[in-house]
Structure formats: C-alpha cells, structure tokens
Write a protein that binds this ligand. Structure first.
Ligand code: 1QQ
Length: 405
C-alpha cells in the first residue's frame, strides 16, 4: 500500500464516522462527511439494521421509532461529549440475506462503530457472524432465542432471553385461571426464535404439572391455520400457547376464536406489538404476553422516553421501541466513557470498534428497561419483567396492552 493511500485511509477511519463517501473510488480526506446526512458535521455513525419492510416490519418499525427517539434524546444532551451521533439505517427486510446485506453495507460502506440489530434471531444467526468476524460490536434489540450472545465475542443483546421472559406469562395465566390442566402449544417451525421460545413454554408447562395435549407446527408465512386450530380445539385445552410472529400469530389467534375456542391464549414475543390489532381485531382481546418493558418503569430516562413516544405516537411505548432505545443508549454511553480517556473522533475505526465492544460489556446503564448490564459473554442482566393482557375495544379498531399487577 502506498503511503499516501495509507494516510488517507487512516484519515478516513480515524474519525470513526460515517466517513468515507461510499461512492468514492478510494478513501479520501473528506473523511468526516457522513454519506447519510451529507452534513459533514463529523457525527459518529451507529448502524441500525432492522426490518423496515416485509411482514417483519410489523415488529421492526417499532425499533426504528425507538432508535430515532434515542438519537434525538442523546444528541440533545450533547452526544459524545459534544460530538453528535448519527444513526445510519439499513433495512434488513424479513430474511437472512436481507440482514446479511444490511450488515455488510453498515460495516464496509457506512463505517459504523457498531450495529443495533437485526430484528429476528433467525436473521441474527446468519448476519451476526459477519459483524463478529469484522470485529464490529452488535447489540441485539429483540433477539431472544437461546444462543445469541454465544455467536461471538462482539455480540451482545438488550433483549432478555426467552428462558427469562416467557415463563412469566404461564404463571400469569395460572393466576387468572388456577384450573388450567390441558395446554395446546403451537409454534412456527421455520423461525429460530419461535422454536427456542416453544421449548421454554413446554418446559414451563411441564414444571407446572400441566398436560401438553398437542404440539402443532406452522410456518411464519402461513395464513390458514384451520387444521392446527381444529386439532387443538378438539382436544379441549384450557390454555393455548403460540410462538410465532405478528402476522401469522394474529391470524392464528383470530382463527382459534372464530372456530370457538374460549379459553386463555398466551402469545410469545413475536406477538408483542399493537400491529397485531388490525390482524385479529376484537378477537385479540385477552391475549397474555410477557414483557421486558413497562411504560410505568419509574426511572428518569424512561419518563423522557415515554413522553417523547407518547407525544409522537399518541400511545404508550412498546417493548421493541424501548429495547432499541436501550441499544443505542449502551453504544452512546460506552462511547462517552471511552472519550473521557482518549477522544473517540481521533481513534482509527478498527481500534474504536474493539474498544467499544470491551467498554460496553463493562458498563451499567439506567435505561427505560431499568438498570441493565451484561455478562462477559454479552447476555443482558435485567431485573424487571411484567405481563400484559391485550384489551380491545368492542369495535376491534383500538386496543392496548394492560399491564397485570
Ligand atoms: C426473536 C424475537 C422476535 C419475535 C422479536 C421481534 O424475539 O426473533 O428473537
């Protein structure tokens, strides 16, 4: 490598920004120019790689909202000790290849310091190894399957795993109806999260000495659940537990009710969005869903987050928005910490990414999720969990998540 090129490359990465114009044939000294903002202000680029299109956008669009609120909130507070952060969004769509492409663009073209994403565990198992090999820290905003932090040294998550979250809804169901005996379990067999979550649900049901009367499988792309719903209903369950995503999960809830099922329904994390409401309308009423976030969380930062979300969307903030806010927050506060010791804007990008990964795992963060920290492996340590029940207005057009006491 010639010296001049090496120097300009260094200048390019030194500021660790969304620096080098991606269209430029070689790295140039216009290093502080952000290709997204074009503002040239030298903001520090953090990647957001979540689902903005496809069915998975029912979940991912809440993540975009949370990220944008975080960007404004932390920049209003002075960013990284005076240097603003700039979020760079790349749409992953709903599948593995989309996540791989988005991550590659964020890493090599947008030159982000770290990535918050992807939306699904199914995508994380494919895309995260790419970031890990490139030594780019990833924070999963909503990856709850078993084994996510173990993907690699550079992978952490702010989304508590199914093993911690899911059992809470089973216990809540038993509190509402202590006479539950027979349980029907349904899950999406083409989705890593759904497979992981159903294992935990089934284990919890057995620990509670309940009977699993059937385990039915479906695909996240399915719209017709007559066979599975009829089979389940014929076995007269007192409780139905669904692990799937929002569109399929919503249709399954609707068809179970249309076919006459009257008992309790637990939905897993993939149904944890008000974007479910247009799918099952009034028939969404009563579905129980465990939560890793409550809008009532009393911390100062949650009050600010909740107010910002409420004023923009006229409804309470959902879990996926809060988790994505927390993901951005972890990067911002870890960067602030590094910047105290040596200016982040002066560090070569590869060095900054490594330092960021080390720092983020050490910190404690007062987030909208409550206080969180990480195990050395990158698993979230979180204390507060909840269960909510969907309450629909009779017309089926409006609803909310009512948190159980
Ligand atoms: C995962 C999940 C999704 C349902 C969140 C959007 O928890 O894929 O791990």
């Amino acid at each position: 490598m010639k010296t001049s090129r090496r120097l300009s490359l260094f200048a390019c990465v030194a500021v660790a920004l969304a620096a080098c114009s991606s269209s430029s044939p070689k790295p140039s000294a216009t290093a502080t120019e952000s290709p997204q903002s074009g503002s040239g202000t030298g903001a520090i680029a953090i990647g957001i790689g979540v689902a903005q299109t496809s069915n998975v956008a029912l979940l991912g669009q809440e993540e975009v909202a949370g990220a944008k609120i975080a960007e404004k909130y932390f920049n209003d507070q002075g960013g990284i000790n005076g240097t603003p952060v700039k979020l760079v969004f790349q749409d992953t769509g709903g599948d593995e290849q989309g996540a791989i492409n988005a991550f590659q663009t964020l890493i090599t073209q947008n030159k982000v310091v770290g990535i918050v994403g992807p939306t699904l565990s199914q995508q994380a198992f494919s895309a995260n190894p790419i970031a890990d090999r490139a030594k780019v820290p990833v924070i999963g905003p909503s990856n709850t399957a078993k084994g996510i932090p173990e993907i690699g040294e550079y992978i952490a998550r702010v989304s508590a795993p199914v093993s911690v979250v899911a059992p809470n809804s089973v216990k809540a169901a038993l509190k509402i109806n202590p006479n539950i005996k027979k349980v029907a379990v349904l899950y999406a067999q083409n989705d890593a999260f759904s497979k992981s979550e159903t294992e935990i649900f089934q284990q919890t049901v057995q620990e509670q000495a309940l009977d699993i009367v059937t385990v039915q499988k479906f695909q996240t792309t399915d719209t017709d659940f007559q066979t599975q719903a009829t089979t389940a209903i014929n076995l007269k369950p007192d409780l139905v537990i669904i692990s799937g995503l929002a569109a399929d999960g919503g249709n399954l809830v609707r068809q179970l009710r249309e076919l006459g099922y009257k008992g309790l329904i637990i939905g897993g994390n993939g149904l944890n969005t008000s974007n479910l409401f247009p799918v099952c309308k009034a028939l969404c009423d009563g579905v129980l869903i465990a939560q890793a976030y409550s809008p009532e969380q009393p911390g100062k930062i949650n009050k600010a987050f909740r107010e910002a979300y409420l004023s923009q969307f006229k409804k309470e903030p959902p879990q996926f928005s809060a988790q994505t806010f927390a993901g951005v927050q972890v990067f911002v506060e870890a960067l602030q910490e590094i910047d105290q010791r040596s200016q982040v804007a002066q560090k070569p990008l590869p060095e900054l990414r490594v330092a960021l990964n080390q720092q983020l795992l050490k910190g404690k963060y007062a987030t909208p999720l409550g206080e969180i920290s990480f195990t050395p492996e990158g698993e979230i340590i979180q204390k507060e969990f909840y269960v909510a029940q969907i309450k629909m207005e009779p017309d089926g057009n409006n609803g909310k998540f009512a948190f159980l006491k």
